[in-house]
Design a protein around this ligand. Structure first.
Ligand SMILES: Cc1ncc(COP(=O)(O)O)c(C=O)c1O
Length: 271
């Protein structure tokens, strides 16, 4: 019986893969030999790197490399546990304080990845009787986070179209307990920027919450690279600013900055 199941699984996977190949959709992963640098070696060839998100080349910055080595010597290569049990270290709290200062918010929280931040926090912000309103071109990790809300309703507004957002908000206004508007800050595919000042203004008119995914804004736009809030001079006015360390910061991890309401931030952090 086990053998039959295994054989079927193998066949299914092979059929799926053959299908991808036939439709030219198989993904041949390219191998970086060495660091991700402006001039990198990929699959044995020197290339100019135009497709990474290491915008400031910080992944090769001597201070970051030195800091990583010193932290590993002091704290080890891993935390030994998830943060909620025994894995929250002093450096997590230190970086969260510094991030909050950087984003000019009350508080910040670090996650394993940006994806984990969107998937972990969005479902905590909207439930039964609520609606999540998304820009139609939002990043896939936001879409996954919204799917995890399970009982919240969902609505879409046309890309960066404030008249359409107003229409959706008007429609939602009387129907829902809470309204959450979510958008990318700098859109990951086209690089265009959400009109965050106008989104916040509309949100205030309807008593809605705002959530921006600033993955491609942090380190890039706004004074000192503080991101979309600084770019539009609305720091502290966006309810939730989510980000990632895997773009301009040049490393790995996710972050949330804003005002915490006890354990509202996520389901796992423990504070
Ligand atoms: C807009 C946006 N949000 C979230 C993420 C996820 O970030 P991470 O790579 O840290 O999981 C990405 C990365 O691809 C992104 O482009």
């Amino acid at each position: 019986m086990t053998q039959v199941t295994k054989r079927n699984a193998n066949k299914f996977l092979k059929d799926e893969f053959d299908d991808l190949v036939q439709n030219h959709l198989e993904w041949n992963i390219r191998i970086l030999e060495g660091g991700s640098k402006p001039h990198s070696i990929v699959n044995g060839k020197e290339v100019i790197m135009m497709c990474s998100n290491n915008y400031l080349n910080l992944s090769n910055h001597p201070r970051l490399i030195k800091g990583a080595i010193e932290a590993a010597k002091k704290y080890g290569a891993g935390s030994g546990s998830v943060r909620a049990i025994a894995g929250t270290m002093q450096i997590h709290r230190d970086v969260e304080k510094r991030l909050a200062r950087f984003k000019r918010t009350e508080s910040a929280l670090v996650y394993q990845t940006g994806f984990a931040a969107n998937a972990g926090l969005i479902p905590q912000l909207a439930g039964e009787g609520d609606v999540v309103i998304s820009d139609e071109l939002n990043h896939g990790s936001i879409i996954d986070g919204v799917r995890l809300t399970k009982k919240a309703d969902r609505a879409i507004f046309k890309h960066r179209d404030m008249a359409d957002l107003d229409r959706v908000l008007k429609d939602a206004d009387k129907k829902y307990r809470r309204i959450l508007i979510i958008t990318d800050g700098v859109f990951s595919m086209d690089g265009d920027i959400a009109p965050m000042d106008k989104i916040v203004k509309l949100a205030n008119e309807y008593g809605a919450m705002t959530y921006v995914d600033d993955a491609h804004g942090e380190g890039v736009i706004g004074p000192d690279g503080r991101g979309i809030g600084a770019h539009f001079h609305i720091e502290g006015k966006i309810d939730v600013e989510m980000g990632t360390f895997s773009k301009a910061f040049g490393v790995v991890g996710g972050l949330i900055a804003g005002s915490p309401t006890s354990c509202f931030w996520c389901s796992t952090c423990g504070y």
